[in-house]
Write a protein that binds this ligand. Sequence first.
Ligand SMILES: Cc1cc2nc3c(=O)[nH]c(=O)nc-3n(C[C@H](O)[C@H](O)[C@H](O)COP(=O)(O)O)c2cc1C
Length: 344
Amino acid sequence: MASETSSRKDDQLEIVLNGQVTFLDKSNGFDNYEFLHDATTGVEIEKIDLTTEFFGHKINLPFMISSMTGGSEKSTGINEKLAVVASELGIPIGIGSQRQALENNNYHNSYKIIRKNASDVPVFANIGAAEISLKFNRDDIIKIIDLVEADGLIIHINPLQELIQKEGNPQFKDFLQNLSLITAEFDFPVIVKEVGAGISKHAAKKLLDSGARGIDVAGAGGTSWAGVELLRKGEEKSDFWDWGLPTSYCVRTVSELKADYNFTLIGSGGLKNGFDIAKAIALGADITASAKPLLDSLSSNGAGSVIDLINGWFDTVRKIMFLTGSQTLSELDKTKLIPKKNLH
Ligand SMILES: Cc1cc2nc3c(=O)[nH]c(=O)nc-3n(C[C@H](O)[C@H](O)[C@H](O)COP(=O)(O)O)c2cc1C
């Protein structure tokens, strides 16, 4: 019989795929910007190189597949296909929370299948801050890293989701202290991410001071996890449905910490096309990431359609780089954006 954790994951998948779980009255914030058109562009579009570096690995696009699933009946097939996409495109992939893998061995293959199909790209293990806050268990961390032969660990912080979830555990008192123990103990990189409510500059500073080497803002504007948990409870209305910091705000403000810290900034949360991706990079993201749009495409039309979707997004990014006079990813910076309120 499926455990409580496994059934919850399948419930969430069902609701994310079939429910209305987007933010109701809040966008990712990128629509507040326009690109600065460069009528004198000299960019050679065919020479644009989108490869970049990600924790010591060369990757083909500044993009990763965000952590989604594992540890349930439905997740094995999804993870297999997402891994094929990552391998085919030469991009990193995050695994869904491995809490279930620590509870029993029932669905270990749903996690292992990622490395089996993506032997040559960075793979990141995943666990929730709620688990880390309860106790720092060295063996558990080693177990989830080894299970998927991971290159690093993603820890998701989700206070809003834990607060709204019917079985949630909104206890994070010792999280930062335990994060420091993990980053001091292990050499692999630790990325901390939200799940759709965003990470502020203030919070990011505390995470970096605790040894995080990557911040994935996973801001508001895409999938509302308060929404997912409310629908699971059979509720449809709550003032918290739209809680969270828009992705553009998070990327812009967290990137200011680059003056003092060396870290990788991942811009994600509600990215829906190449324009959003290019704006996230221009505002300071090193790479970008996406979850639900990839899952939607996968479930309707399979792995090939996800590959086409991502390639299409980056075809748009190349065109934007051409039109803004950005030959390299580092030239696609804040100077290439204008806040729309200044366009008059
Ligand atoms: C079905 C599904 C399951 C998810 N499970 C996890 C998870 O286990 N761990 C995690 O860190 N984030 C999880 N997320 C959050 C995503 O990684 C991402 O941060 C969030 O959905 C916002 O990105 P989006 O707007 O592109 O969907 C999940 C998202 C989806 C859609």
